[in-house]
Design a binder for this molecule. Structure first.
Ligand SMILES: [Zn+2]
Length: 167
């Protein structure tokens, strides 16, 4: 029941990813309809119903375009799993606040980068200039297109791809 399900708005705009339990609930209460069933069936004693991969809400909901939450995982993905100081690609990464928090640096996309532990240690609580270190590129908020927003699920859910294009 852990598999992610892509939720489309009534106009087919991808708006969310939910878990299987929630998706099945939306289908059973007819708040959503099945768009892609790529995962066989869920069987109970009396019923069997399709395991959804993509569902579509029956009623259009109005909401602002989804934005990515600032999480460690998303910062590492944005920075392509690469230390933004030395350029090393690694799974052993930390979050560095470019302007340290104790000097007023905020926890925002434009002030956080992926850093390997040794670069993070070398920089310490200092500003770039003080540490004489340089960024590969200035940190920015990631793109808000659907392909990027939901892209981390794509490798396991290739059937989503056609629903993400163009949004
Ligand atoms: Zn590094």
């Amino acid at each position: 029941m852990e598999a992610p399900v892509l939720v489309l708005n009534a106009n087919f705009e991808p708006i969310n990813v939910c878990d299987m339990r929630r998706a099945v609930g939306l289908l059973l209460t007819e708040k959503a309809s099945l768009v892609v069933n790529g995962r066989g069936e869920i069987k109970t004693i009396h019923h069997s119903f399709p395991r959804p991969s993509v569902i579509r809400l029956q009623k259009m909901i109005n909401r602002p375009r989804a934005r990515l939450k600032l999480t460690r995982r998303e910062v590492f993905r944005r920075d392509n799993y690469t230390c933004q100081y030395c350029g090393k690609k690694t799974t052993d990464l930390t979050i560095d606040h470019v302007t340290p928090r104790h000097t007023g640096g905020k926890h925002v996309w434009t002030n956080v980068v992926a850093a390997c532990p040794s670069c993070n240690h070398r920089k310490g609580g200092r500003l770039l200039g003080e540490a004489n270190m340089h960024l590969l590129r200035p940190p920015a908020e990631p793109p808000t297109n659907a392909n990027y927003l939901f892209g981390r699920h794509l490798s396991e859910n290739m059937e989503w791809e056609t629903f993400l294009i163009g949004w």
